[in-house]
Design a protein around this ligand. Structure first.
Ligand code: SPQ
Length: 420
């Protein structure tokens, strides 16, 4: 697909609902008592995979675009799926289901697309087996034998919301409490939603403690716009001359706002207005305008707060003066593709000065860039980051496969071109 160029980026927009919150609303809604009404749901391919899996386990889910109603059947209301649960391209669906299905009274099998079958599952299967779970294999397809579970105390070796959530979902079915100690704080949407639904959950610093309860109670869930999708337009607004974009109703949960902190530290003009809170999740309108950026260091506890935004932050760094160093981001290697290798390989095609390191990349900004024929590796975040980069590279650019934006942002290109 040829990427059309826009002259500048001006105007107001919204982005689709938060992917992480949308998945969790369906999953927790399915095992809560009563109807969970979700508005602002993300009807992207990953979240539709989650809906499909729960329908196969007997949950009645009415889905009409952004409005979804999940008719919860209680903690023990799921029924055995008649066929293998297919999670598509979604790491979140796959890993969270592992935890949820471990403690059921039935057996199940999970698999996904080629990318999912390459993504490591040991990070969830190992601690789950300590809880008594029986899961065969370290890669999909995974066979899960429903088992009696017991709580554990677990020090997480990687900062991962998926691992944490998987263990919390298993913990709902375990005998005794489950204590999870995070290495660094990862996104906490599960903790907030569990609390709102009546779970016995306590968060203190990096410790999360959960005790089983007889039932969760359905809630209304208002999903804010996904900051990971807004990130593409925040970067675009900052790097394009004569630009000013207001993105309305974006989730600004502190565990996700690393992109705002980094862009500000690079000198971006960013303003947050109309901050509001619903069930512990904050949202705001974000305005970004053309800025002169300078390079920065991104590492440590900041990484989990912007892990999915690193490809587009790397694109911003190409247009910043000086050097940007990204460290401690080895997790990028086990996403939909190896995002360190993919970013470095593709950005070099347009003349970027960028090098790959073991746990990140070094970008020297300010070069003149030219258009190129880019590969997306079937990775939605690569496709959208390259589309942003292509706007400022001289000449034409194309993407080999742009359809992957369906995963998290089906209308991405329409929204991009509308701004121009
Ligand atoms: O669901 P999936 O495929 O893992 O999606 C990604 C993404 O870029 O959309 C990662 F590839 O987001 C993850 C994120 O990186 C979603 C997520 C969650 O909802 O809990 C947590 C992060 O992953 P992790 O491994 O750090 O827990």
């Amino acid at each position: 697909m040829e990427i059309k160029k826009i002259k500048n980026a001006r105007g107001e927009m919204t982005v689709p609902g938060d992917k992480s919150i949308s998945h969790r609303a369906v999953m927790l809604g399915a095992i809560a008592r009563g109807e969970t009404r979700i508005s602002g749901f993300l009807p992207g391919a990953d979240c539709l995979s989650t809906i499909d899996c729960f329908r196969q386990m007997g949950i009645d889910i009415e889905a009409d675009g952004e409005n979804v109603t999940v008719k919860g059947r209680g903690l023990h209301g799921l029924s055995a799926p008649r066929k293998t649960l297919y999670t598509g391209n979604s790491g979140t669906t796959t890993r969270l289901l592992c935890g949820l299905l471990s403690g059921q009274s039935f057996n199940s099998e999970i698999t996904g697309d080629a990318s999912i079958c390459r993504r490591p599952m040991r990070r969830v299967t190992e601690p789950l087996s300590q809880m008594g779970a029986k899961i065969s294999g370290e890669y999909c397809p995974l066979k899960i034998t429903g088992s009696r579970l017991h709580g554990i105390e677990y020090d997480m070796p990687v900062a991962s919301a998926q691992v944490k959530t998987s263990l919390l979902l298993a913990g709902l079915y375990a005998e005794g409490g489950t204590i999870i100690r995070e290495k660094e704080k990862s996104r906490d949407h599960t903790e907030l939603m569990l609390k709102a639904m009546g779970a016995d959950i306590d968060v203190s610093g990096l410790d999360v403690c959960l005790k089983p309860v007889p039932a969760l109670t359905a809630q209304e869930v208002i999903v804010p716009g996904d900051i990971s999708s807004a990130a593409f337009f925040m970067v675009l607004g900052a790097i394009m001359p004569d630009s000013c974009i207001t993105i309305r109703n974006v989730g600004i949960n502190e565990t996700r706002t690393g992109i705002i902190d980094v862009l500000k530290s690079m000198g971006a003009k960013i303003k947050l207005e109309n901050v509001r809170v619903s069930a512990g999740e904050s949202a705001a309108d974000i305005t970004v305008s053309s800025s002169h950026l300078t390079g920065t260091q991104i590492c440590g506890a900041l990484i989990p707060r912007l892990i999915d935004e690193l490809p587009v932050i790397a694109a911003a760094a190409l247009f910043a003066g000086g050097e940007t160093v990204i460290k401690d981001a080895q997790e990028l290697k086990v996403k939909e593709t190896d995002r360190i290798h993919a970013v470095v390989t593709e950005f070099k095609k347009c003349g970027a000065d960028i090098s790959e390191t073991d746990d990140g990349m070094i970008i020297r900004g300010g070069r003149t860039l030219h258009g190129a024929d880019f590969k997306t590796y079937g990775d939605h975040r690569m496709a959208m980051s390259l589309a942003v980069l292509a706007q400022l590279a001289g000449g034409a650019s194309s993407l080999d496969d742009a359809r992957c934006v369906e995963i998290s942002y089906p209308d991405f290109f329409d929204d991009l071109y509308r701004l121009g």
